[in-house]
Design a protein around this ligand. Sequence first.
Ligand code: ZN
Length: 208
Amino acid sequence: DPNEIDKEAHNMDVSYVYGLDFYKATQRYAHPKEVESMMDLIGGRIGTVLQYEGMGFTHEVSDISEGPVMSAYTSLESMDDKLDAQMSLGVRIRAVDVKDVAHRVITRHLLPDIQGSLKRFTGQQLRCPKCNSKYRRIPLRGACYCGNKLTLTVHEAGVSKYLEKAKAIGMTYGVPAYTIQRIALLESAINSLFQSDKVKNSKLDEFL
Ligand SMILES: [Zn+2]
């Protein structure tokens, strides 16, 4: 149902030509909302038969799935490289508020990722590498029923993977204090999970 897909797709314009008024509006940097009524958008066709047919386009192609064969998203391999490239572009482009980019990357991608994997770690299944049985809880005998040791399916490295990156970007681009504190809070939750809170070998001179 076209009504249930992502709203962004409703903004696709399906005119064969753009009117002169549209081009004139671009000259005075008109707000897109202002020219929306001039455009034939998918959003305006929802519920009619035209939501499925009669869509126009301005450039002829031989294959509808044609597109860039290679993009920076595939040429840059690691998440770190992609992020560094994005940030360095943000620094160089004057129209980009790089502090805002850093803030959005942290709050929309890195923090939800860390929170999600933290939750998945504590509710994870255990797997036997020998017979491949899975357990929702550790069996009372502490090992697989075949006698083999069980392993985790979510690992510590996967949980804290983006923590250092979030801290580094947050510091470098000066994101709001509240966000810095959210990162610190997650860090202490991670430390509390992977390192014992009570067993800390203190030396006597620490109390002096
Ligand atoms: Zn087993």
